[in-house]
Ligand binder design. Structure first.
Ligand SMILES: C[S@@+](CC[C@H](N)C(=O)[O-])C[C@H]1O[C@@H](n2cnc3c(N)ncnc32)[C@H](O)[C@@H]1O
Length: 242
């Protein structure tokens, strides 16, 4: 549980407090002792740093789980003195069921609930609807199902939802399913996506040579791209092997 002083907690405090939790209770009292599914503290600090640098107006996250990354993104809005109006959309079909609302509780405890619109849906249903509604975002964090086809579909719609110059981040980049999608973007979407060097967004102690080499060879947990323009590929553009 995030300490009570958290309505005033900064995104820095939130990043560390959610990372230090050892267990959680859901709405009905269901207990979670394994919190390994949530983003690492380094990933949370990268997210925080990007939010501070870019000052997004709307953000999207696929995979709410226990609300760790959601709370950090929401806390960044609060850091900037921005009022909560549901500007961060978090999608997760299992929030009320499997996760017993533990993610919503994290946000409530931190006083961040009003910043987040939770969609209890599969991303393959929620994202096309957001496209139809004309909703757009400046930052998207893809951290839902890690199956290749789901990550690919998430990217397909995120591409339509992301404003120009917006950022898309993928967690668990070394997972072979996620890696395959990243390779598709690197090899086939270079006209509209530029991979980001995230080193400078990591805490100083984590900006190691090992990290830089890992990033070069796609062996890091978090990978980011900036949308640099609309795709100009014709419908029959050749597929570059990836
Ligand atoms: C790795 S966890 C997310 C961790 C979270 N972003 C954090 O850092 O604390 C993955 C989440 O994705 C959700 N999920 C699984 N399949 C999904 C889908 N098709 N659409 C949206 N969310 C999905 C799961 O219920 C789970 O909560």
């Amino acid at each position: 549980m995030i300490p009570q002083q958290c309505p005033a907690a900064t995104s820095w405090d939130v990043s560390h407090s959610v990372s230090q939790r050892k267990s959680l209770l859901g709405r009905s009292g269901k207990r979670f002792d394994d919190l390994a599914g949530q983003s690492t503290v380094n990933n949370l600090l990268v997210l925080r740093s990007i939010c501070h640098e870019r000052k997004p107006e709307h953000t999207l996250e696929i995979g709410l789980l226990f609300g760790a990354s959601t709370a950090v993104i929401a806390a960044c809005y609060r850091d900037h003195g921005i009022e909560g109006r549901g500007q961060h959309i978090a999608v997760d079909p299992y929030q009320r069921t499997v996760w017993d609302d533990a993610g919503r509780i994290t946000l409530e405890d931190a006083g961040l609930r009003e910043y987040v619109t939770v969609l209890d849906e599969f991303s393959n249903a929620a994202l096309p609807r957001l496209v139809t509604e004309g909703w757009q975002c400046d930052l998207a964090y893809v951290d839902g199902s890690h199956l290749f086809e789901d990550v690919f579909v998430d990217f397909y719609y995120v591409n339509q939802l992301l404003r120009e110059n917006g950022i898309v981040l993928f967690d668990d980049s070394t997972d072979p399913h996620v890696r395959k999608v990243l390779r598709f973007i690197q090899h086939n979407r270079g006209d509209s996506y530029r991979q980001l060097d995230l080193t400078g967004h990591r805490p100083p102690a984590a900006q190691t040579l090992k990290y830089r080499i890992g990033q070069r060879f796609g062996r890091v947990q978090l990978t980011g791209f900036q949308k640099i323009g609309k795709s100009r590929r014709p419908w029959n553009a050749p597929l570059v092997r990836f």
